[in-house]
Unconditional design. Structure first.
Length: 131
């Protein structure tokens, strides 16, 4: 399974990230971990994936070219380009919520850190489809 891990760039709970990845892996064997290369979530996810001998694909945001929109642009590209089978949603801000909404709008399964399915929030799914 190709898994996108999505979370806020300031999320620094490495134990939470590692537990969430282990839960997802136990649910459905991960072959590729896909992340946005931001802060602790990206580092922790990549470290965990390498320990598991999994492939890693990183999509860093192009802040220089896109400024404040870089994260949203990267997330839309990552979702479209990476051919994910599932998205793991960790705590984050608006860009994380928008990525989750877009994934749900694209009929991609989304789970939270506990392995529970994420359902569309009222209004969010529609916003994700419009992107």
């Amino acid at each position: 399974m190709r898994l996108i891990i999505a979370g806020g760039r300031h999320l620094d709970d490495v134990a939470l990230i590692r537990r969430a990845l282990a839960r997802a892996h136990a649910m459905r064997e991960i072959s590729v971990v896909i992340h946005g290369g931001s802060g602790f979530p990206g580092i922790a996810a990549e470290d965990w994936a390498r320990e598991q001998r999994l492939h890693v694909v990183r999509y860093p945001a192009n802040w220089r070219a896109f400024g404040k929109r870089a994260e949203a642009i990267r997330n839309a590209f990552m979702l479209a380009d990476s051919r994910p089978d599932m998205l793991l949603a960790l705590p984050g801000g608006n860009d994380t919520a928008d990525l989750v909404a877009a994934a749900l709008g694209a009929q991609l399964p989304v789970i939270d850190a506990d392995g529970n399915p994420v359902c569309p929030a009222p209004g969010r799914a529609e916003a994700g489809r419009a992107s």
